[in-house]
Ligand binder design. Sequence first.
Ligand SMILES: C=C1C[C@]23C[C@@]1(O)CC[C@H]2[C@@]12CC[C@H](O)[C@@](C)(C(=O)O1)[C@H]2[C@@H]3C(=O)O
Ligand SMILES: O=C(O)CCC(=O)C(=O)O
Ligand SMILES: [Fe+2]
Length: 337
Amino acid sequence: MVVQSEPALDQFIRTCKPSTQFFTGIPTIDLTHPDANSLLVKACEEFGFFKVINHGIPLQMVNELEEQALSFFQLPQVVKEKAGNPRPFGYGNKRIGQNGDVGWVEYLLLSASPDFIHQICLSLFPDNPHVFSSAINNYISKVKKMGEQVLEMMAEGLGIEDERVFSRLIKDEKSDSCFRLNHYPPCPELELEMSGRNLVGFGEHTDPQIISVLRSNNTAGFQISLSDGTWVSVPPDHNSFFINVGDSLQVMTNGRFKSVKHRVFADHTKSRISMIFFGGPPLCEKIAPLPCILQGGGECLYEEFTWWEYKQAAYKTRLSDNRLGHFAKTNTNIVQH
Ligand SMILES: C=C1C[C@]23C[C@@]1(O)CC[C@H]2[C@@]12CC[C@H](O)[C@@](C)(C(=O)O1)[C@H]2[C@@H]3C(=O)O
Ligand SMILES: O=C(O)CCC(=O)C(=O)O
Ligand SMILES: [Fe+2]
């Protein structure tokens, strides 16, 4: 067994313009609002990111998972490691992916399948796997439904006849969706903000899947990149969900929806916990700009690929790489913000 040493603290530090102010322009979509469909489309075109309220997800269930996640991350390292190596699924600490990225974060990365989750919980807690596995599985089943609803509203907002054109990919029993619990411990050794230095929790990247549904506790640190390339801090809201457009949805909408670049800075006093459902298509699914979108005019920007092909290529890249570049048609000039 190869035992990797901990990355040194200076590997997590980035000097950035201090952005202590929160951005107030994040679109907030009330899912029960009569204009929600078109507002969703607008948010996906402008930001590839929005906040969802009136989502119908019981907060008690969300809080239950947060409590369970906190207890998990408080366990001794040797116990957490019983979840196995995070490549492909398991417990990871400070190393993200397999290409040298590091972050001030520990995490549990799981396939979203209930049986798989139960098996991992059984390895972690052989005497009582149910408390943790039910908390995760109940949460995923609700958040997945909400993600599907949002995808159907997006399709309607785009005027697509088949409202299930996006959601069917996540609904499919072979959907390759995953789930991640992230814990960014505080780092009191560093008085970061004071000196314009930041501790990178999760470096800048886009999510490869269709959509990501994110919920965090009330600790700040999440940032998105706007279309002009400026980074802004997203005000945390533990009662709401944030949705990211992923690379695959950008491709299906032929670049109309933007796969949002985002990152997380860790705090020096408060810990941050986040839980993210990544809705991905079945591995054999062909991803390409939808014919109904192309009918509206404009050249086709992407080559067709299967999700398996995209995943293979994506998982060879570093976090901040532009993964879609590889599948862009060569005669086009796509800017990834
Ligand atoms: C550096 C990497 C980590 C990642 C796989 C990759 O090679 C590039 C994409 C990364 C990402 C970002 C969104 C999700 O957190 C994730 C699970 C995914 O599907 O793509 C991670 C991958 C990971 O942590 O393994
Ligand atoms: O932890 C967060 O808030 C976001 C992390 C993230 O972007 C990811 O896991 O892909
Ligand atoms: Fe992400």
